[in-house]
Design a protein around this ligand. Structure first.
Ligand code: TMP
Length: 193
């Protein structure tokens, strides 16, 4: 069905994902290859509005199922409006988080079980780092609603990611995120080549 390439990048909050996303974008820029870069939750005007509700610290009373459905709603819009059309047009799509985040954070972290979707990435970079270490890198004043969750939530979430890595060894590429930015970049570039 699809002709393009779909790459996602995943990992705990504070694992250095954003830095490596910059590198991935640079990799394609250096080669003169156009990509579509997008993120979850978000990536569409509707999705970005949903994002601001989900991450708002004032929404502390949000029910776990509401949270899961908001992520799923933002994703449905994103796949329909951006990702699927781009893949059908043969483009390379790079996505900052995708359905593995819902499986890890809502499925394992919140204990809601596994989410499903018919549209999976071809390659997913998983930034592997103890989530307690990652979170300590994020300024407490700047933590969003999810980042403010307790350590045991983030540990369950991370265990979810490790289970996914075992379950999808062909798709999920584990990256040791505790190393230097440069070492991580070299690993990612090798795979992108
Ligand atoms: P970000 O900080 O990487 O932009 O992601 C926003 C937060 O949303 C992050 O804490 C992970 C969380 N998240 C989920 O819990 N479920 C999801 O499906 C997605 C895409 C993100």
């Amino acid at each position: 069905m699809k002709r393009g390439v779909f790459i996602s990048i995943e990992g705990p909050d504070g694992s250095g994902k954003s830095t490596q996303i910059k590198n991935i974008r640079q990799f394609f820029k250096d080669k003169g290859i156009d990509i579509i870069f997008t993120r979850e939750p978000g990536g569409t005007p509707i999705g970005e509005r949903i994002r601001s509700i989900i991450l708002d610290r004032d929404c502390a009373e949000m029910d776990d199922m509401t949270e899961a459905m908001l992520y799923a709603a933002a994703r449905a819009q994103h796949v329909a409006q951006v990702i699927r059309p781009a893949l059908l047009a043969g483009k390379i799509v790079i996505c900052d988080r995708f359905v593995d985040s819902s499986i890890a954070y809502q499925g394992y972290g919140r204990g809601l079980g596994e989410a499903v979707s018919g549209c999976l990435p071809d390659v997913t970079f998983l930034m592997k780092m103890d989530p307690r270490v990652g979170r300590r890198r994020i300024n407490v004043q700047q933590q969003d609603r999810l980042e403010r969750e307790k350590d045991d939530f983030h540990v369950r979430t991370y265990e979810g990611y490790l289970e996914l890595e075992k379950k999808y060894p062909g798709r999920i590429v584990g990256i040791d995120a505790a190393r230097s930015i440069e070492e991580i970049k070299i690993d990612i570039y090798k795979k992108l080549e």
